[in-house]
Ligand binder design. Structure first.
Ligand code: APR
Ligand code: MG
Length: 290
């Protein structure tokens, strides 16, 4: 790569930063998260993000999604509450009643769709979310046209692109991005005042000051639709725990990748591991912090 990899985020860093939970804690201690996205054709996306957020230890979790898909999603995330949103052709088309600033963290964009309204919905999320905002998937597609909004935010914004999504944000080809991923992402993060998790076989975390880390956990069993939605849920919860932002992002990537590694060692293969299996492996990693 274009940068010597000095900041590897591994087991030692996880042990040093992932907080123990106080025996006197209550659910408010661990954050009230909001997941916004999903649609009639993509109901599973937010279900996976929400369940992963809960398995990572969120105190409370709400899913705001298309009215019609809630009966399909709610049995998959029993502990969540729901905000039914108006839809057009199966996609969210307004966020009217959604009170973004009553949450400690928001994840936006999984399964949202690439319809015309997506851009206004994202703008609303960017302007109304007063805590950390994670933007993923179709949220990143919408972001391409409203990049200028990023600098207006005072709370942290975290983008979780795969290389295709990152290349689109940068307006360069994937091939060019992958020649100098550290340099491209650092420049983008500093310029726009955001943190970026660039996903792939190796995942690069960049904070808004331009510091960078690499996580090497994870394997080819993750090369399946849904793995990214799970990561977003873990990121959301980690951001609501008592740890620095860079630690939250790196710990999320470590947990996600290590869960896949352990599951492949212990009971799955690169072929059969599903994103939903990954969610059930999160606890295995956190329990031993390795
Ligand atoms: N080794 C390690 N980790 C991997 C590997 C690999 N070979 N392949 C994938 N991963 C990890 C990535 O690091 C990332 O955390 O799996 C996750 C994949 O995330 P995404 O690419 O966002 O995939 P996902 O969102 O689940 O599914 C693809 O996203 O952009 C949309 O249109 C796209 O519908 C599609 C969906
Ligand atoms: Mg994705």
């Amino acid at each position: 790569p274009d940068m010597p990899v000095r900041n590897l985020w591994g087991e030692k860093e996880v042990r040093q930063t992932l907080p123990e939970r106080s025996p006197f804690a209550h659910k408010g201690t661990f954050g009230k998260g909001l997941v916004v996205g999903g649609s009639v054709p993509m109901p599973g996306s937010v279900a996976m993000t929400a369940r992963a957020a809960l398995r990572s230890g969120a105190g409370l979790l709400t899913v705001a999604t298309t009215k019609e898909s809630i009966p399909a999603i709610s049995p998959l995330v029993t502990e969540a509450t729901f905000v039914p949103l108006e839809q057009k052709d199966g996609f969210i088309n307004e966020l009217k009643d959604l009170d973004f600033d009553s949450y400690d963290g928001v994840a936006f964009g999984m399964g949202l769709g690439t319809h015309e309204e997506a851009q206004q919905l994202l703008t609303r999320a960017l302007r109304s979310t007063e805590g950390p905002l994670v933007i993923d998937a179709d949220g990143l597609t919408a972001l391409v046209n409203v990049l200028h909004e990023l600098k207006e935010r005072s709370a942290p914004t975290i983008l979780t692109p795969h290389p295709g999504e990152m290349a689109r944000l940068l307006d360069v080809s994937v091939a060019d991005l992958l020649k100098q991923p550290f340099r491209y992402v650092r420049q983008f993060a500093v310029e726009n005042g955001v943190s970026v998790i660039l996903k792939g076989a190796f995942t690069i975390v960049t904070d808004q000051s331009g510091q960078q880390w690499v996580t090497t956990t994870g394997n080819q069993a993750l090369a399946k639709g849904g793995s990214g939605d799970v990561l977003t849920g873990i990121v959301l919860t980690m951001l609501m725990q008592d740890q620095p932002l860079y630690a939250a992002l790196n710990n999320a990537c470590f947990i996600h990748g290590r869960a896949a590694d352990l599951l492949v060692e212990e009971k799955h293969s690169h072929y059969d591991l599903l994103a939903t299996d990954l969610i059930e492996g999160i606890g295995r990693v956190i329990r031993t912090r390795s």
